[in-house]
Write a protein that binds this ligand. Structure first.
Ligand SMILES: [Zn+2]
Length: 218
């Protein structure tokens, strides 16, 4: 009886599978960057409440009042824990004159190569070095005001590799921010013990007055 039912269902399952495959192909052909970013990136901090204080693109520089290109966005989250937006490898971890405490992570996602940048972090708060493999949601530092700044914020940038020019090019990272992938989606990662974040045990040296525990995936 059960076998008969299975045989009766089988052709339908095949049709459903075929439809799913066709839909996936269509989605990949017409898929927007938004859908791509939604599936691969989370917010660069462990909260979904934040204020964007300066957008990407041409702007009047807040320090010298001259017209300049702002290569990322300035954002102030309500939690100062800065996290990796996706799995990747650290390609820059240094103190820069203008960027202050900076980390850049390279991500190979869906056949594309991206670099996400996190700047002006708190002095000595970087937890990763060049070559480190990081997990999405892994804490890489604390928001601060190092480098060329007027106040504490995260300068967050996104670069995409252009195969024809063989160069990384800046792209507007606000799409990652505006997707507003909930803090509930975060899977903060304890990279020392290779398991999800244990709030009580991990990074006691990183705790600061603004520390808020992350919401873990069930
Ligand atoms: Zn900035």
């Amino acid at each position: 009886m059960k076998a008969k039912l299975l045989i009766a269902i089988l052709p339908f399952a095949g049709i459903i599978l075929l439809i799913l495959i066709i839909l996936t192909i269509i989605a990949s052909l017409f898929g927007s960057d938004t859908a791509f970013y939604q599936s691969y990136f989370v917010l660069p901090f462990d909260t979904n409440t934040y204020t964007i204080t300066s957008p990407y693109g041409e702007r009047i520089d807040p320090i010298n009042n001259e017209k300049s290109f702002h290569s990322g966005i300035d954002v102030v989250p309500t939690s100062s824990n800065i996290v990796a937006i996706a799995d990747g490898t650290v390609v820059v971890s240094e103190v820069q004159e203008s960027g202050g405490e900076s980390v850049i992570i390279e991500h190979k996602l869906g056949g594309q190569v991206y670099r996400s940048g996190y700047h002006h972090m708190k002095e000595n708060s970087r937890t990763v070095k060049v070559g480190d493999v990081v997990k999405q949601g892994q804490q890489i530092g604390i928001m601060g005001a190092t480098g060329r700044v007027t106040g504490p914020h995260l300068h967050f940038s996104l670069q995409k590799f252009n195969a024809s020019s063989q160069k990384f090019e800046y792209t507007d990272p606000s799409i990652v921010i505006n997707n507003n992938i909930s803090a509930k989606e975060y899977n903060l990662y304890d990279y020392d013990n290779n398991k999800p974040f244990d709030n009580d045990k991990l990074h006691p040296e990183l705790r600061d007055p603004y520390y808020t525990p992350p919401t873990l995936k069930p």
